[in-house]
Design a protein around this ligand. Structure first.
Ligand code: ARG
Length: 445
């Protein structure tokens, strides 16, 4: 029982939040004349002393004391005597843990947001530098049309922006104080829930005591946002894994984020990127874990809910590492722009430009233009040459309406410059989006 019951091995991570919530609670109890000023100040002094001990030596792990709440209360009794027993007036561990955990998740969100801000800045710096660097754009990982590296990186900037907004939404939704809900039904003591709400930086007290002690949707909101974010980071990591491979050779990753092989001296492995990809799987596992924990629980608190914390702590740790790794990878990688540009020339990436030229310059319906272009690609393929290496005679033999102005449209530069629709890959468009994003983040233009 001692071993299965104890949550102190992991919930000691809540000590700062537990002390802060206890201080807010006892200050309110004194203001409401529920405990004396003398007892309250003894309790406050004791809590500060305990915080200093935890800071210096860590939280002691005694399974008999079960959790962080009992550990702190028992130490308080050792330090200040029987007055310690007044701290738990008008409170239960059920509202206490719900409050501590909300505070912890709120802090985790703030840290995540700071990390994502750094990642966004790194993406913007590289996107600006490479707004005109041409690379192959893929669908099905087959060369499709040329794009710019800046455009490609800004795609991830957009994904991260939505992640930021999901974390902000989760934070706004969860920022209500459960403290004062007591075990499940509220309390008969004349407490002031608005006072503790304000002291702990919450926006409002929760409106239903049963709900407040027994839902963990705030933790799930966080985990779901974390899982979505980790999927984005994992996709970006996968791009780096592909780009860093020798056949691609699009990027040279920083030595600080790669490792060598113990047997093959030439190897430089993208370990950090692979671990970000791996961590995403674990973070998704954390969401699943807490969802399954919660799905069958009747109101109000059940001990199953003690298992809410490990997946949240694990996900927060893994996500923090993943964001930091991807920020370093984006900031410190060297993109091999010549190699990317060469690759963009392969695979008939400008075939669509030929079709578009036939539409705009020869007034041919797009479906027919698509067909004519297909014939040109087939011919070039059979000769083993690029589209713009076909002679004008060859092209005219396919369709006599083609003339030599077409060659200008077939370069990769012309191709990306032409895609100037809003949100398109044209370097000037990318520069506009980067400038807007920089000013939104308060970066100098
Ligand atoms: N250690 C418990 C948890 O983390 C604290 C709440 C205990 N409440 C109870 N009624 N046993 O959930």
């Amino acid at each position: 029982m001692r071993e299965i019951n104890a949550s102190i091995p992991f919930d000691k991570a809540l000590w700062r939040q537990d002390i802060a919530a206890s201080k807010a609670h006892v200050t309110m109890l004194a203001a409401q004349d529920i405990v004396s000023e003398a007892d309250a100040s003894a309790i406050l002094g004791g809590l500060d002393a305990i915080a200093a001990e935890y800071e210096a030596d860590g939280v002691p792990e005694d399974w008999d004391l079960e959790d962080i709440h009992m550990t702190t209360e028992s130490r308080l009794a050792e330090l200040i005597g029987p007055a310690a027993g007044r701290l738990h007036t008008a409170r239960s561990r059920n509202d206490q843990v719900a409050t501590d955990f909300r505070l912890w998740v709120r802090d985790a969100i703030d840290q995540t947001l700071a990390g994502l801000d750094a990642l966004q800045r790194a993406l913007l710096v590289q996107a600006e530098a490479h707004a005109g660097s041409i690379m192959p754009g893929f669908t099905h990982l087959q060369t499709a049309q040329p794009v710019t590296l800046g455009h490609h990186l800004m795609a991830y900037f957009e994904m991260v922006s939505r992640d930021v907004s999901r974390f902000e939404d989760a934070r706004a939704r969860m920022n209500q104080s459960p403290l004062g809900s007591a075990a499940l039904a509220g309390t008969g003591f004349p407490i002031d829930r608005y006072m503790t709400t304000q002291a702990l930086g919450f926006d409002a007290p929760t409106k239903n005591s049963l709900d407040a002690v027994s839902d963990r949707d705030f933790a799930l909101d966080y985990l779901q946002a974390a899982a979505q974010c980790s999927l984005h980071l994992s996709r970006l990591a996968e791009e780096f894994v592909i780009w860093a491979s020798q056949p691609f050779g699009f990027v040279r990753m920083a030595d600080s984020l790669s490792t060598g092989s113990s047997i093959m001296p030439q190897k430089k492995n993208p370990d950090a990127a692979e671990l970000v990809r791996g961590h995403a799987g674990r973070i998704v596992g954390c969401v699943t874990s807490l969802m399954v924990t919660m799905k069958g629980l009747p109101l109000a608190y059940s001990k199953d809910m003690q298992d809410d914390k490990p997946p949240v702590f694990e996900a927060a740790n893994l996500l923090g590492l993943s964001i930091a790794a991807m920020t370093g990878m984006v900031a410190d990688s060297t993109f091999k722009v010549d190699r990317m540009r060469q690759a963009a020339e392969l695979g008939y990436a400008t075939a669509t430009d030929l079709a578009d030229w036939l539409v705009t310059q020869a007034d041919i319906p797009f479906r027919e233009a698509h067909h004519i272009t297909g014939a040109a690609v087939k011919l070039a393929e059979s000769k083993g040459i690029a589209l713009d290496e076909l002679s004008i005679e060859d092209l005219k033999a396919i369709d006599e309406r083609i003339d030599d102005r077409v060659y200008k449209a077939l370069s990769v530069e012309a191709s990306v410059a032409a895609r100037a629709s809003y949100g398109g890959t044209a370097p000037d468009e990318v520069r506009k989006r980067v400038a807007e994003a920089k000013s939104a983040l308060g970066m100098d233009a």
